[in-house]
Design a protein. Structure first.
Length: 304
């Protein structure tokens, strides 16, 4: 009952994305299953009976199961939101997460791909005898647009999936994005991306899809694109230019931000383009830039 009310709250009042709601629900169900395992006598029947020790024990189990600190922190953040909601509703008087310290997360540099290689692939620069990477049919045009949009705007996976045709303004060369917490932002489009968008719109019309998909990007049958398809597209084409294990839409987002920073863009401007709530989330890209400067220094300076 309490979990259902919480899910209704974040879905309809907070208006979190379906992906976020699903993640919160999964985290809570895992925690409640830990508290009351199947085929056992329930040890907790009301949220007020849950203590900080229950949560710490769950954290220990998660880490014993080799769950990364970042993933544990996300689950604890879910619990914090849940108990804060119950406190507001008057169901509990003490928030058990107030005595919980999240595990430290090691600072990993964002994974990026070589922007020159990526640009070369998108521009069709190939060695003699190589076949074009993107085919000339609707399928190939859609795939190229996915890569161009992710690299050219820094959008998140959920954001590119949610784009509608009315969000694209080809007169002002901008696109409207609905980000986390339903926060809208406007991202400028480069001229090449604008031309590709126009070609895609015309190609989509000529396909005569009749299922009236609400999203701008569609499958080869005209249905709305879905997360796994975007992942498969990104993995397929990044494999042409990168041997690294991580090939995801977020890698292109990282590459977008790092490329801007390396070209001298203001950190606050990058923050707004990415839709970050605060500057600390954006500052991680400065580490990549510093590593690049160190590399240049070692190669170029006679005393290095």
């Amino acid at each position: 009952m309490f979990l259902d009310k919480f899910i209704q709250y974040i879905r309809f009042e907070k208006r979190y994305s379906p992906h976020t709601v699903s993640a919160y629900q999964s985290d809570m169900e895992q925690f409640l299953l830990f508290l009351n395992p199947p085929n056992t006598t329930p040890s907790v029947s009301h949220p007020s009976e849950i203590s900080h020790q229950h949560i710490r024990n769950w954290m220990v189990q998660l880490m014993d199961n080799k769950l990364l600190a970042r993933s544990v922190n996300r689950k604890i953040a879910t619990l914090r939101k849940y108990f804060k909601f119950l406190l507001q509703e008057g169901e509990i008087t003490i928030n058990p997460t107030s005595r919980i310290n999240a595990p430290k997360v090691p600072k990993n540099l964002p994974t990026v791909v070589d922007s020159d290689k990526l640009t070369g692939m998108l521009d069709g620069r190939m060695d003699a005898g190589e076949e074009p990477i993107f085919t000339n049919d609707f399928h190939g045009l859609r795939d190229k647009l996915v890569i161009e949009m992710l690299f050219g705007t820094g959008m998140r996976l959920a954001e590119i999936i949610g784009i509608k045709e009315e969000d694209i303004n080809l007169y002002e060369n901008t696109i409207k994005v609905l980000g986390k917490r339903n926060k809208q932002r406007i991202i400028p489009l480069n001229s090449e991306l604008v031309q590709l968008l126009k070609r895609y719109i015309e190609a989509k019309k000529s396909e005569n899809f009749h299922n009236n998909s609400v999203t701008f990007l569609v499958t080869h049958k005209g249905a709305s694109v879905y997360p796994k398809l975007i992942y498969l597209i990104v993995q397929k084409y990044l494999s042409h230019i990168s041997t690294q294990d991580k090939k995801s839409p977020h890698v292109l987002r990282h590459t977008f931000a790092t490329s801007l920073l390396n070209k001298g863009a203001d950190l606050n401007a990058i923050k707004e383009l990415l839709g970050h709530a605060n500057l600390s989330a954006t500052q991680i890209y400065t580490h990549n830039s510093v590593e690049r400067l160190k590399s240049i220094y070692k190669q170029a300076h006679p005393k290095a």
